[in-house]
Design a protein. Structure first.
Length: 579
């Protein structure tokens, strides 16, 4: 069952949806419950188990200490279930299961390749069964290539050798066709590491020299497509990595908390210099080590790397239990995927996490315990295995509830006809995610839709939202709207000025600024601002919009602008543009 689970989840969307991830985690805990007492002792024996348990405890502490503990419940549940899967696979798999793992991986990769060609999505090519990003499929191809390098280099023979070579070749072609820079980097890294381990440094040196020579001879135009130079404007990884390090500097011990990267990122956003400055955001660090660093701090990252190092030490040992081709297949796959994780996030998809740790399990599988070590059951201490499985199962079955409850409450803030219930729903949503600036904004708007409106409460929430996300110009503009609706144009100047500073192409904010100046009798500055608005509207037509934030920022209330222009033309200081 376990080898199939590691690959079957890839075809179920990577278990991306909470219902699928919950089912997989529950299945893992059910299988763990069924292991007998001797197997339980075998699974948790060794130094690695204690170190990895320390890492899991640290994840739990990061969740409890975060501003939004409920955000970390589901990812913590996945980490626990994946860890249980890993220890079962590492302790129970023998040669047939390891061989089955290799070929189910190859079979799943072929299905994913076919799906990525047959299932076409606009703007999301090569995704197939695992949308929305092709990187997920690339991660599987990298695992196949790494496994092939290890198995073929260690003497896999016969039909299996030829079959694996065919799958490897198809995986390489897929990476080239999809233009997966991270995948090609990871595959090359796996090959280089394998050559180094086998002390074939001369071949490695010649290969690197040849690659550098070829790269120097190819003109720049020849690199445009494979390196995606035509999409260089969208490459933001270095800035995201820098933001992740800043998050760790802000919370060095426990990090921002598991599942809280997005809320930490918005405090360290960077200008994208496109249609908008701060329309770009990321809920992932696009580097697994840096993501763990940002969410769990330096200690969390150190425990994670130390745990992997302990298991890898056994995998690299010549005395490892599994036959050399299979052991090296697992080690090669794990090495290739680890290289890919340096430049992208994958482990948040349960199926990809299962694949990653299944490769490590194949590489570091344990020997059977000696016969004399199997003490009679009566002499054993009471086992905590099944209580732990029951707790893990309970967490897996309930971890999805906070996120779903938040969605329901947010929907009620708009759908409920009663203003009091709308406000209550928004408050409850904020209590689940108090560091979410968007929910603070939703609560502020609920206050303004109340009968009568509550502008002071709305301004308080918009201020909180701006503190949580200092680069979102919408919060400042909406706060200015509250002042205007309350008949106080003067206090609206400061938030509008901040909104325009953050987003020079914020058309409606510029329009509001011109309107406020006009209401205050400053017609000349109002005309200048309206002229700047017209210039910005014209220049913004050249930009491509990405997402709702961009669309809101560059949109313009044409009727309101026309009314203001007419009022300025007739120079009517008392006339107020109709809204």
């Amino acid at each position: 069952m376990l080898p199939f689970l590691a690959s079957a989840g890839l075809l179920a969307g990577g278990l991306r949806h909470p219902w699928a991830g919950t089912a997989a985690c529950a299945l893992v805990w059910g299988l763990a419950w069924r292991t007998d007492r001797l197997a339980q002792r075998r699974l948790v024996a060794g130094k690695g188990a204690g170190l990895w348990a320390s890492f899991l405890v640290w994840l739990g502490l990061s969740v409890l200490a975060s501003d939004q503990p409920w955000k970390g419940v589901y990812p913590l549940s996945v980490w626990l279930a994946v860890s249980a899967f890993f220890f079962m696979a590492r302790g129970l798999w023998e040669e047939p299961e390891r061989l089955l793992w290799l070929w189910t991986l190859c079979g799943a990769s072929l299905v994913l390749m076919a799906g990525s060609v047959l299932i076409q999505r606009v703007s999301y090519p090569w995704t197939g069964f695992m949308p929305p990003y092709y990187n997920y499929n690339a991660f599987v191809m990298v695992a196949v290539i790494g496994a092939g390098i290890g198995a073929l280099g260690s003497g896999l023979s016969g039909r299996q050798r030829w079959g694996l070579m065919v799958v490897m070749a198809l995986a390489v072609l897929w990476l080239l066709a999809a233009r997966s820079r991270g995948g090609l980097f990871a595959a090359a890294a796996a090959a280089a590491i394998w050559l180094y381990r086998k002390e074939r440094t001369r071949i490695l040196f010649v290969g690197v020299l040849a690659a550098v020579t070829i790269a120097a001879l190819i003109p720049q135009a020849g690199w445009e497509r494979p390196l995606k130079l035509d999409m260089a404007y969208a490459f933001r990884r270095p800035q995201i990595w820098a933001a992740a390090v800043k998050m760790a500097t802000e919370h060095p011990l426990l990090g921002a908390g598991l599942g809280n990267f997005e809320q930490g990122f918005v405090r360290h956003a960077f200008p994208a210099r496109l249609a908008t400055n701060y329309g770009f955001f990321s809920d992932r660090a696009h580097s697994e080590p840096l993501h763990l660093l940002a969410e769990t701090g330096w200690v969390g990252l150190a425990l994670f790397l130390a745990g992997l190092a302990v298991f890898l030490r056994g995998a690299a040992s010549p005395a490892a239990s599994s036959p050399r081709p299979l052991r090296d297949a697992g080690l090669g796959a794990f090495t290739a995927m680890s290289a890919h994780l340096l430049v992208d996030n994958m482990l948040h998809l349960p199926a990809l996490a299962l694949l990653y740790f299944s490769a490590l399990a194949v590489a570091s599988g344990r020997d059977a315990l000696p016969e004399g070590d199997a003490r009679p059951a009566a002499q054993e201490r009471p086992s905590l295995w099944r209580p732990a499985c029951a707790a893990g199962l309970a967490l897996a079955l309930t971890a999805w509830i906070p996120a779903r409850l938040g969605e329901i409450l947010k929907a009620r803030t708009w759908s409920d006809p009663d203003s009091g219930r709308r406000i209550a729903a928004a408050r409850a949503a904020v209590s689940l995610a108090p560091a979410n600036d968007h929910l603070r904004s939703v609560l502020a708007r609920a206050y303004m839709r109340a009968s009568p409106p509550r502008p002071e409460a709305a301004l308080r929430e918009f201020k909180a939202a701006s503190t949580l996300n200092p680069f979102n110009a919408l919060h400042h503009a909406m706060a200015a709207e509250v002042h205007l609706r309350s008949g106080r144009p003067g206090p609206a100047l400061a938030p509008l000025g901040e909104a325009v500073r953050l987003e020079p192409n914020f058309h409606n904010a510029r329009l509001l600024l011109a309107e406020v100046l006009y209401r205050m009798g400053r017609t000349a500055p109002a005309r200048e601002e309206l002229s700047r608005l017209d210039e910005r509207v014209e220049s913004a037509k050249a930009f491509e919009l990405h997402g709702g934030y961009d669309e809101i920022v560059v949109s313009l209330d044409e009727r309101r602008r026309a009314a203001l222009a007419e009022a300025l033309t007739v120079r009517s200081p008392r006339g107020t543009p109709r809204r």
